[in-house]
Design a protein around this ligand. Structure first.
Ligand code: CA2
Length: 148
């Protein structure tokens, strides 16, 4: 069986489903977690959220040390600011999917320049909370091919 898929979420995403539903939808982060676990089937999922940059960096290190099969990451605002998260992700040898609920390219210019995209295997943006299900589906497909 494949090793765990890490799903990491950045700042403010613990508030998902509680405000700005026109941008982020009505789904809560626990509902997103359930969606991810269901989409992963028998592959274990480590699902985390933090408002602290260092914690996300530590979890990327944990994923590296645990030989995780893949990382799905919504770094939220850290997407555009964190060279430290970018550097941590550079050390991860398996697929990385960068995920955004909204289409960051349709939004204000401050949301256009993702640092994380420089290292992501794939990027999903603008599909709402369902994007997590699709990211997990794509990740499951990629990790199932590992070692083939
Ligand atoms: O669309 C996304 O998933 C974002 O990563 C969300 C970030 C934003 O900085 C990115 O540009 C795009 C913001 C997360 C804010 O979280 C909220 C949660 C609930 C309600 C409102 C905002």
């Amino acid at each position: 069986m494949a090793n765990s898929i890490y799903v990491l979420n950045g700042p403010n995403l613990n508030r998902l489903g509680t405000r700005e539903p026109e941008i982020y939808g009505h789904t809560t982060l626990s509902e997103v977690e359930a969606m991810c676990r269901s989409a992963a089937g028998s592959i274990p999922v480590v699902f985390r959220q933090s408002n602290r940059e260092y914690e996300i960096i530590e979890w990327v290190h944990e994923a590296i040390d645990a030989s995780a099969s893949g990382i799905v990451i919504n770094p939220a605002a850290f997407t555009f600011t964190s060279i430290a998260i970018l550097d941590a992700l550079k050390m991860f040898p398996n697929p990385i999917i960068e995920l955004h609920i909204s289409n960051i390219h349709r939004r204000e210019e401050i949301y256009h320049n993702s640092l994380v995209s420089r290292v992501a295997t794939a990027v999903i943006a603008g599909l709402g909370p369902s994007g997590y299900r699709m990211a997990m589906g794509a990740m499951v497909e990629m990790v199932s091919q590992q070692g083939e």
